[in-house]
Ligand binder design. Structure first.
Ligand SMILES: NC(=O)c1ccc[n+]([C@@H]2O[C@H](COP(=O)([O-])OP(=O)(O)OC[C@H]3O[C@@H](n4cnc5c(N)ncnc54)[C@H](OP(=O)(O)O)[C@@H]3O)[C@@H](O)[C@H]2O)c1
Length: 329
């Protein structure tokens, strides 16, 4: 399979190449793509060196699959051009997620919506993926009414510029700023830009994408997204109110039996998920599972995942695997 990785020199792109290697995705020809400034630069894949090419060169090579992680504007402009030559695009940006003609897919939840006609497939936002992975099996059983989520998001979610900012701040170097404020020793209650309603785009992604993936517009969601000086993954405190009552041990058991989820939940042994230990792992980790004692049918959880893995690269590669396994490319 001829596979283009668009944004191969970026934070997600680099992990994409690792995940394709680890999962032994059948790549017969890799086409790494980045911006014009990186054309000709060498990247390594499965021990071999490959030269970065331009978008147009990649399109001319007609790959079967192109996995995009190069920003929304790039995707808006170029994904349709790949689709025109018959390439199936799996896109990590927010460009197509809320387009009603495009599918928004977390393979464990809704891969079955995909058909051969889907030439641009959207990969959800990182903070949404880890939350819906956990909520989908519980929604099926208890019917979600309302979700209140507060996130503690890794700087790797902002790309290489943000990692450089934190490293510079550690070293006391004045450099380029990815954020409006210092991130070292700080917590910034702004992920992405503000919308007219006073919420950030990241917060509204949690609302809209959750409803689209769970295919239920009646689920109420409210979010606060915060950037913290952490690199291993995003953490989320999630409060969820169900229509029906639940048993906490049954919740634990449902999650324990859900593929892609690891339950880490034992207060006796101080076992709970943390981003330091989620880094580099493909699973979503769930702990601190407990009843909200302030109102009926309500649960609290702490959900952690590596945003570059299940939040981006792993989910995209799983979509590609599904397409191949079901003869959709
Ligand atoms: N980081 C995350 O956790 C995460 C999670 C889910 C989704 N995403 C999405 O994935 C995308 C990339 O994020 P990132 O964190 O990897 O950012 P990043 O580290 O800044 O990397 C951006 C990549 O895009 C390439 N690029 C930029 N403009 C381009 C253009 N005009 N044509 C071709 N390639 C271009 C860059 O190439 P150069 O090196 O040549 O500049 C680089 O390879 C974004 O859309 C982001 O929203 C990120």
């Amino acid at each position: 399979m001829k596979v283009a990785v668009v944004g191969a020199t970026g934070m997600v792109g680099e992990v994409m190449l690792q995940v394709l290697t680890e999962r032994n995705f059948p790549v017969t020809e890799l086409i790494p793509v980045a911006s014009e400034k990186s054309v000709g630069k060498e990247i390594e894949f499965k021990g071999k060196k490959f030269k970065v090419v331009s978008m147009q060169t990649a399109i001319d090579m007609k790959p079967e699959i192109a996995i995009f992680s190069a920003g929304g504007d790039t995707s808006k402009e170029w994904a349709p051009k790949f689709a025109e030559v018959g390439t199936t695009v799996i896109d990590n940006s927010s460009a197509w997620r809320m387009d009603p003609t495009k599918k928004l897919v977390v393979p464990e939840i809704n891969a079955s919506v995909l058909t051969k006609d889907d030439k641009i497939i959207a990969n959800p936002n990182c903070s949404t993926i880890q939350m819906v992975m956990t909520l989908a099996p519980l929604h099926k059983k208890y019917d979600i009414k309302r979700i209140i989520v507060s996130t503690y998001q890794s700087i790797t979610g902002t790309g290489v510029k943000a990692v450089r900012q934190l490293e510079n701040e550690y070293a006391g170097i004045q450099g380029e700023m990815a954020y409006k404020y210092p991130i070292h020793r700080n917590a910034i209650p702004q992920c992405d830009v503000f919308e007219d309603n006073g919420y950030t785009k990241e917060e509204m992604k949690l609302v809209r994408e959750t409803q689209k993936i769970l295919d239920d517009k009646t689920i109420a969601v409210t979010a606060t997204a915060v950037r913290v000086p952490v690199v291993g993954g995003h953490s989320e405190a999630v409060n969820v109110e169900f229509e029906n009552d639940f048993d906490v041990s049954e919740v634990r058991s449902i999650l324990h039996h859900t593929p892609g989820i690891t339950v880490q939940d034992n207060t006796d042994t101080f076992t709970y998920p943390m981003p330091l230990y989620a880094e580099g792992k493909n699973d979503v980790f769930v702990g601190r599972i407990r009843r909200d004692e302030s109102q009926p049918n309500t649960l609290n959880m702490w959900i952690v995942a590596d945003n570059l893995r299940k939040g981006a690269a792993t989910n995209a590669v799983q979509i590609a695997e599904y397409l191949v396994a079901n003869g959709l490319v």
